[in-house]
Design a protein around this ligand. Structure first.
Ligand code: TYD
Ligand code: MG
Length: 452
């Protein structure tokens, strides 16, 4: 009998080790190693997909940008970079209950309405449950096929039989290949199943969406190992406590990354939010100290967000620095600059910073917003409600230029803001004519002089 070779896999990142380890040297996780069968790929396993092509001159290969399939949901098309590319594999990740199944069912329904045959493979819910959800979101097309199956061989067989226009596998953690002894959801199974589905997609040109779970307790393999294998990775942000959902493109071989789609969860599924700036500013407390609006770029689109600060004297020996939605280190750095340059005494104060609406922003342009908001809360003097600020802050307190200033100013003007405080360098040429007044500042001292 052939001896089965095994090795130990980190269930989070897929790192392999011949021996069991307590701590993963790659991702640092503790107690994540599980023994799994190691497979050397023989040709028979992939025999259902033909492998005999010869090299082609690039000139002879036909490919067209227009070959994308639009889903009809503008926010989904945007994160995908303009629609679904044939033969692409997209991983959709996110917390349980955030809306992955709902969104993908809506996407399939839209494709089915266009006359495409589409297939929704579920290993988590029964056909009846999917039908019930389908009724809520209006997915009732006769071109939408449902398959409740977890055996990879059967799934591949049905895809090849039906040759659908698009496939959703919900979720990749439930799929298992009978050729591996390990349980569904283990790294080995996830990798094996997705490798075969990816190959199938590339060979047949059928776009496939894989749903991947991310669980805190880690009983299911995280989709981290998958991220390298697929073409596009979409992640759901936001939490089930809020109604909004943000879908972000973390990786995209066919379009810009960091592009976001904004949705709102209602009783008829996920609805697009076409004006996110208005959406994120609806609950803004105008005239309150500590609240400042910043035009931030998310992918190619400007979105106005509100930064809120609470700076209050500390009762502890070590003042607290708590941030939600912005980088913690960045805030500490900015607080230190404000201390040193402007003579604030933030060392004796707790600082809490929050991006309203639960957005995560990760760009230097919001630095100036953080400064204004912290100063406003510290001094207990509100920033004028019709003003937006943006710019990067350097270690000497200088304000640095940032990209796409004009787009940001335009968005602020569109949303009815009257004044924009921006870095000094670009201000001459890029100030658009119009109703918005642009004030350029060269240092945070100037900024604070102007604001308060
Ligand atoms: P679901 O798509 O099942 O999440 P996932 O597949 O990511 O685990 O979403 C389930 C949540 O969405 C659940 O909390 C109920 C809510 N929901 C609505 O609010 N309205 C709807 O129309 C639907 C279908 C779901
Ligand atoms: Mg689901």
């Amino acid at each position: 009998m052939k001896k089965v070779k095994t090795t130990f896999f980190c269930q989070d990142c897929g790192h392999q080790s011949p021996k069991w380890l307590g701590k993963c040297p790659s991702c640092g996780g503790w107690n994540r190693f599980v023994e799994e069968e190691l497979r050397t790929h023989d040709r028979s396993a992939l025999s259902d997909i033909q492998f005999d092509e010869s090299p082609l001159s690039i000139e002879k290969i036909r490919a067209d940008e227009k070959e994308r399939i639009t889903t009809g949901i503008a926010e989904v098309d945007r994160v995908l970079g303009g629609g679904i590319v044939n033969g692409s594999v997209t991983l959709v990740g996110g917390d349980p209950g955030i809306g992955k199944s709902t969104l993908l069912l809506q996407v399939l329904q839209n494709l089915a309405q266009k006359g495409l045959h589409v297939l929704y493979v579920s290993g988590e819910e029964s056909a009846k449950q999917i039908k019930l959800r389908g009724k809520r979101v209006g997915a009732v097309s006769e071109n939408l096929f449902i398959l409740v199956e977890i055996d990879l061989d059967n799934i591949v067989k049905h895809i090849k039989g039906l040759l659908p226009g698009a496939v959703v596998i919900d979720s990749i953690q439930t799929v298992f290949s009978s050729e591996l002894a390990s349980a569904p959801g283990s790294v080995g199974q996830v990798r094996e199943s997705s490798a075969r589905l990816i190959l199938l997609s590339k060979k047949t040109g059928i776009p496939i969406f894989l749903v991947g779970h991310v669980t805190k307790d880690g009983s299911i393999a995280g989709p981290k190992v998958l991220e390298h294998m697929v073409d596009t990775v979409l992640y759901f942000e936001g939490d089930s406590g809020h109604a909004y959902r943000i879908v972000r493109a973390m990786k995209n071989r066919f379009g810009p990354t960091n592009e976001i789609g904004v949705f709102e969860m209602r009783d008829n599924g996920l609805n697009e939010v076409s004006n996110p700036s208005a959406f994120f500013l609806t609950e803004r407390p105008e005239g309150a100290a500590g609240s400042v609006v910043v035009p931030s770029m998310e992918g190619t689109r400007p979105i106005l967000i509100e930064i809120q600060s609470l700076v209050s004297p500390t009762t502890l020996g070590m003042p607290r620095r708590t941030t939600i939605g912005v980088d913690h280190n960045r805030v500490s750095l900015i607080a230190a600059v404000m201390d040193k340059i402007c003579g604030f005494r933030l060392g004796g104060h707790d600082i809490f910073i929050n991006v309203a609406g639960g957005m995560k922003v990760d760009e230097p342009a919001i630095d100036l917003g953080i400064v204004s908001s912290m100063a406003s809360s510290f001094l207990d003097r509100p920033v004028d409600a019709g003003t937006v600020v943006f710019g990067e802050v350097g270690l000497t307190g200088e304000v640095r230029g940032i990209s796409q200033m004009e787009t940001r100013i335009k968005e602020a003007a569109r949303m009815g803001f009257r004044r924009c405080i921006l870095p000094h360098v670009h201000s001459r040429s890029e100030t658009p004519k119009g109703k918005i007044e642009c004030i350029s500042v060269s240092s945070i001292k100037k900024l604070l002089e102007y604001l308060f």
